[in-house]
Design a protein around this ligand. Structure first.
Ligand code: HEC
Ligand code: HEC
Ligand code: HEC
Ligand code: HEC
Ligand code: HEC
Ligand code: HEC
Ligand code: HEC
Ligand code: HEC
Length: 328
């Protein structure tokens, strides 16, 4: 990054190194301690004292510790950390020639609306929004913070003004949502100046509608809409950027459903009045799509339908119902 070298050279010329008496090593600039976020990935930005450390070890809960090397003349260290749902204590150990010389920690809560356990951060934790004018100022020396019109549709993803810091959104998943892979982040994130820059309209449906209007229109024309789809909360179930699973799902489908329908987890409701303890709800093939696992969605439409219970097949005659998949 030529710009970076230039900036650092400038910084060194303008602000010659001061000999520090009490060498604390580094301080955590972002994220603020005792804050909460709703994303799995966050970035840590440290302010370094010159030559104080040559490496940082990062320990987050049970995750495998990672080590980041620090360039000798750097004033900042920036790196990403993966959080676990709920409370995370990120331990940052400053290393000098292999020895720990300084230690800092940041507490950060990863809130997830899907899990009752992880829904409520401690009362004294604040929501962390990064893209505020004052925060951005401290990065502008080395990173491009003001997108231009032409960067709205980058020729290559790497040219996006978001790529430096949010690389994982572009490349990290098995299934990447088409507009994210293209780097057209602005298809969904509005460019706003100042407060709450880059937020997306709520409910999510508004964001999805321009490109998925045929689907959404069709669902709205059905007799019954599924609760969360009806209120437009698409990203409860879908990750708008990418996922390890087909259909950009946040979790394996059955696990996803039983977050809100725990009492259906065994599949017992399917065969009530028939026989056995439960119906398979995972781990077998979907008879209509052998490439996919058979899950709750094998019988229920997650968006909308014309039958009570959003069934994919009419069940007014239960004996006939079973034969859609169980040939006699
Ligand atoms: C002194 C220059 C400098 C400043 C100031 C700076 N950065 Fe960086 N940042 C870099 C460089 C250089 C990289 C490329 C990664 C590397 O090689 O360390 C980077 C990479 C990053 C990354 C990607 C890290 C990863 O591992 O994925 C993030 C996120 C980031 N910076 C955020 C910030 C934020 C937020 C600020 C402002 C609070 C900031 N940076 C300020 C120089 C800087
Ligand atoms: C200098 C690094 C940097 C750049 C460049 C950057 N971001 Fe961020 N962004 C961050 C950090 C740091 C956060 C806080 C969450 C985290 O750590 O990932 C964040 C958070 C966000 C959020 C969540 C809301 C918020 O304000 O915290 C959105 C949305 C977002 N960025 C969108 C974008 C988009 C779109 C672009 C490109 C135009 C972009 N960002 C460019 C560093 C950056
Ligand atoms: C299809 C629409 C869409 C596209 C394209 C998109 N986003 Fe998002 N993004 C969203 C929505 C919606 C949210 C809010 C999610 C929520 O409320 O759970 C979000 C949240 C975020 C966040 C904060 C939460 C998190 O998951 O980290 C960041 C950072 C972010 N987007 C960056 C980006 C970047 C960078 C790009 C371009 C590669 C991008 N987004 C492309 C819809 C999109
Ligand atoms: C800028 C256009 C655009 C926006 C906005 C957009 N999408 Fe998409 N989406 C696409 C494209 C293009 C595809 C790939 C189409 C295909 O393969 O059929 C896609 C595919 C998907 C898929 C995967 C389909 C599959 O069968 O694997 C899901 C799920 C999805 N989008 C959900 C959403 C959600 C939820 C939102 C709103 C948060 C959204 N999309 C907003 C363009 C968009
Ligand atoms: C309750 C969870 C849930 C909600 C809420 C939800 N979806 Fe889905 N969606 C799914 C599941 C599960 C699949 C995969 C279905 C399958 O495997 O047959 C899917 C599939 C999709 C697909 C792929 C093709 C298709 O038509 O089936 C698109 C596009 C999509 N959803 C968009 C959306 C949009 C837009 C919204 C919001 C209006 C939304 N979804 C709300 C769970 C959900
Ligand atoms: C083999 C097909 C099948 C599978 C798999 C299946 N269901 Fe059902 N589900 C049904 C049928 C049939 C009914 C209607 C039962 C009735 O009328 O009593 C139903 C009813 C329901 C209802 C509404 C009834 C109520 O009591 O509120 C919910 C919610 C539900 N299922 C959720 C799930 C979830 C979650 C899963 C996955 C863990 C799942 N189902 C798996 C067939 C299935
Ligand atoms: C975020 C919570 C949430 C998730 C996740 C969720 N549901 Fe639901 N579901 C609801 C709500 C809310 C209702 C409406 C409850 C009511 O009206 O009593 C509902 C209703 C239903 C019904 C009954 C529909 C009717 O009115 O006849 C079925 C069937 C169902 N869900 C299946 C599923 C399946 C299958 C999944 C996974 C793909 C799923 N749900 C995921 C919240 C959720
Ligand atoms: C949408 C498809 C579908 C429908 C409808 C359906 N099933 Fe199934 N069922 C399956 C699949 C897939 C399996 C797993 C098949 C396998 O093991 O090869 C299964 C397995 C079973 C099993 C376990 C068999 C075993 O060997 O473990 C029973 C019992 C069962 N179903 C009963 C029923 C009954 C009763 C109904 C009607 C109320 C019904 N199913 C409706 C798809 C369905």
């Amino acid at each position: 990054m030529n710009q970076y070298i230039l900036q650092t050279a400038l910084a060194i010329m303008l602000f010659p190194t001061i000999d520090c008496q009490a060498n604390t090593g580094f301080s955590v600039q972002f994220p603020p301690d005792n804050s909460f976020v709703e994303n799995e990935q966050i970035s840590i930005v440290l302010n370094l004292e010159k030559q104080a450390v040559d490496g940082i070890q990062v320990i987050t809960g049970e995750n495998v510790p990672t080590e980041i090397s620090v360039r000798p003349d750097s004033s900042n260290a920036c790196f990403g950390v993966t959080l676990n749902k709920g409370m995370n204590t990120v331990n940052l150990l400053g290393l000098k020639q292999g020895k720990v010389v300084v230690r800092e920690e940041v507490k950060i809560f990863f809130r997830s609306a899907l899990f009752p356990k992880f829904r409520d951060p401690p009362a004294d934790f604040n929501r962390y929004f990064f893209h505020l004018t004052n925060n951005e100022k401290s990065c502008a020396g080395c990173h491009r913070m003001e997108p231009t019109l032409s960067s709205l549709r980058p020729g290559k993803p790497e040219e996006s003004p978001c790529y430096d810091c949010h690389t994982k959104k572009f490349i990290n998943n098995t299934f990447i949502h088409n507009p994210a892979a293209q780097g057209t982040c602005f298809a969904c994130h509005e460019v706003l100046q100042g407060e709450r820059k880059y937020t997306t309209p709520k409910p999510d449906e508004k964001v999805c509608y321009p490109c998925h209007n045929s689907q959404v229109k069709e669902w709205k024309s059905k007799k019954i809409m599924h609760g969360p789809t009806a209120v437009g909360q698409c990203t409860l179930c879908h990750n708008p950027h990418g996922s390890e699973r087909p259909a950009l799902l946040r979790m394996q489908t059955t696990d996803l459903c039983i977050n809100c329908h725990e009492d259906k987890a065994s599949g017992a409701h399917v065969i009530a009045g028939f026989f056995g303890k439960g119906h398979p709800v995972r781990g077998v093939k979907n008879p209509f799509n052998p490439d996919r696992e058979f899950t709750c969605a094998g019988c229920h439409n997650p968006h909308a339908g014309n039958t009570q219970n959003l069934l994919n097949h009419d069940n007014s005659n239960m004996a006939v119902y079973c034969t859609h998949c169980h040939k006699k």
